[in-house]
Design a protein. Structure first.
Length: 277
């Protein structure tokens, strides 16, 4: 069954493309690599650039009239029209240390928000994808397809949550540790995986029951947020607004759990500013 994208095009070529990018990342994983610093802790490797070059060139061929925003190449989301938001390697620090939790993602955003999304985890061999009003799905390494459904429950004590921290440690002075401590005391456990794209995919799949984070950029959340929404979840920024794509913060969970997370996250929201991840 074709996966038609609103406004034209199909999702299958993007799914295949991210698989190719993942294969490139795996090929280079064990090889010596060039590592640069964008900041004290913020890294970029030759693999980031190689994955990005592959993805951007193919999207330009497939969708020549669409804009593209990518983590390394830059760009901006236009106020109108279609734009692909790409993260060619989410979890670069993990990748640089040969930690297996890293991913590659792409999302198409139009005037109504994200309309298509793909996230691929090369080491896990799993791809998650979603179409607006078409549900969210996963494909494992054997080609088995499964529809995603968020985990349910309203008791934080039974929930496995996920979060992340900015490379800019000044964020810790603006409530991030306060929120972490409160939820660490209330939740069953919290994981900090190092890839927001994967954290959101795992939330959509019901592995995590909720995810929150401050100081994020559009490429960190565009694909994963649609996965969560199409799996039946609620996605807002840290103040409960719909500005999660550009607002720098995100809270994603089931309809039952989301208000409980927001009650703790919202009072500790950091000052608004440019995302630093």
């Amino acid at each position: 069954m074709p996966l038609d994208i609103e406004g034209g095009g199909q999702l299958e070529p993007i799914i295949d493309l991210l698989g190719e990018a993942g294969a490139l990342l795996l090929e280079r994983l064990a090889q010596p690599r060039s590592i640069e610093k964008k900041g004290f802790r913020d890294l970029v490797t030759d693999a980031d650039y190689g994955s990005e070059k592959l993805i951007l060139s193919r999207i330009q061929q497939l969708h020549p009239d669409d804009d593209i925003l990518s983590e390394e190449a830059g760009g901006s989301v236009p106020s109108t029209g279609r734009c692909w938001i790409v993260d060619p390697l989410d979890g670069t620090t993990n990748y640089s240390h040969r930690h297996p939790l890293f991913s590659v993602s792409a999302a198409l955003v139009d005037d109504l928000g994200p309309s298509a999304a793909v996230t691929h985890a090369p080491v896990l061999g799993t791809t998650w994808y979603a179409l607006r009003d078409g549900g969210a799905w996963s494909i494992d390494s054997g080609g088995n397809i499964e529809r995603l459904t968020l985990g349910s429950g309203t008791d934080l004590g039974e929930c496995l949550l996920a979060t992340g921290f900015s490379y800019q440690r000044k964020e810790l002075d603006h409530g991030a540790l306060e929120v972490f401590e409160k939820l660490l005391r209330e939740a069953r456990e919290i994981r900090r995986g190092g890839s927001a794209c994967l954290d959101l995919a795992f939330t959509a799949a019901g592995i995590f029951q909720g995810f929150w984070e401050f100081h994020l950029a559009p490429h960190d959340v565009a694909a994963g947020a649609l996965l969560v929404r199409e799996a039946g979840g609620i996605v807002t920024d840290g103040e409960g607004r719909q500005d999660w794509l550009h607002g720098g913060s995100i809270v994603a969970a089931s309809a039952q759990l989301h208000p409980l997370l927001l009650e703790i996250v919202a009072p500790a929201m950091p000052p608004r500013g440019d995302p630093d991840e």
